[in-house]
Design a protein around this ligand. Sequence first.
Ligand code: SAM
Ligand code: DTB
Ligand code: SF4
Length: 333
Amino acid sequence: MPMKSNILRYDWQPDEVLTLFHLPFADLLYRAQTVHRQHFDANDLQLATLLSIKTGRCSEDCAYCPQSIRHGSEVEEHALLPLDQVVAAARQAQQDGAGRFCMGAAWRSPRARDIQALLAMVEAVRALGMETCLTAGMLNAEQARQLRAAGLDYYNHNIDTSAEYYPEIISTRTFQDRLDTLQVVRDSGLKVCSGGIVGMGETEQDRAAMLQTLAGLQPHPESVPINRLVRVAGTPLEGADDVDGLALVRTIAVARILMPASRIRLSAGREDMEDELQALCFLAGANAVFYGDHLLTTANASVQRDRVLFTKLGLKTHHHLQSQDTTHIAKAV
Ligand code: SAM
Ligand code: DTB
Ligand code: SF4
């Protein structure tokens, strides 16, 4: 395969993506590192802190998720948080060094009155000088437009897995519903954050197909979270098999090669990863993480531990405001 370094492609074919997955490990990492360094400072790590602004009692049946009302997981349920609590959490995240604040709500989609409250949260967090991200389920065009106008930078909406495997994981909505919301988000001028999960019993072919779908979006999602399944008691996937760490590294490397100018986020699952595995993920092209002691309902690698790790690896974690976004540079070449 020729090295098409600076050209962003949207037409990766399944056999090409699988060929990448099957490269010798050193060749795959070299290739991922090479494109990574063409588009980013390879020692730079973007930090985003998550807050669950509405927790539990979700009508959807996503097999991985402890917040579904259909599963027996125990989560600390709460309705939409008041504005002051959200702003206080954002301020704390900023003091801890996060540049982006991601608000997550356990909804199939927001209702009209929820949107008003969300707009106020976005405005207040943006006013702190942080980048804002929201994940709140399916959106219509008007909702996306309003959120954009309030200063929302990113909307997260994961495709989670391949189109083929999706019905095994979620029955209450379709893969096409996900793609439709991603299109609405893109059309509104919001930046797109979309990725998926490894460790749900999917095949390598499913991982390849998931990445191919993401890389077929034009433009590519600016952020691509790769989560390793957090197996939560009470969910149908609580007993899922372990994911081979090197298979996770390969998934990240292929994501980096397919979407060279996107932030690839090593997302859920870091709490029980050794430093060495995380370092390999960064070498493979991951250049963003969730930072903070909690994800949404589960624990993240602690801030204290992360600070030690980032120092050991010499990672630079200064704030990334919009002006430092390099996507436009990549597109211009
Ligand atoms: N309800 C909205 C939705 O589904 O789009 C937003 C919140 S939902 C919790 C956001 C994402 O978190 C999911 O799409 C999934 O990728 C990820 N996620 C949820 N539970 C997870 C788990 N146990 N392990 C890894 N990722 C998980
Ligand atoms: C993403 O891809 N992962 C985050 C964020 N986007 C919203 C969520 C991870 C959730 C892990 C399980 C939990 O804490 O509930
Ligand atoms: Fe609800 Fe989102 Fe969890 Fe699915 S992933 S059950 S939509 S909170």
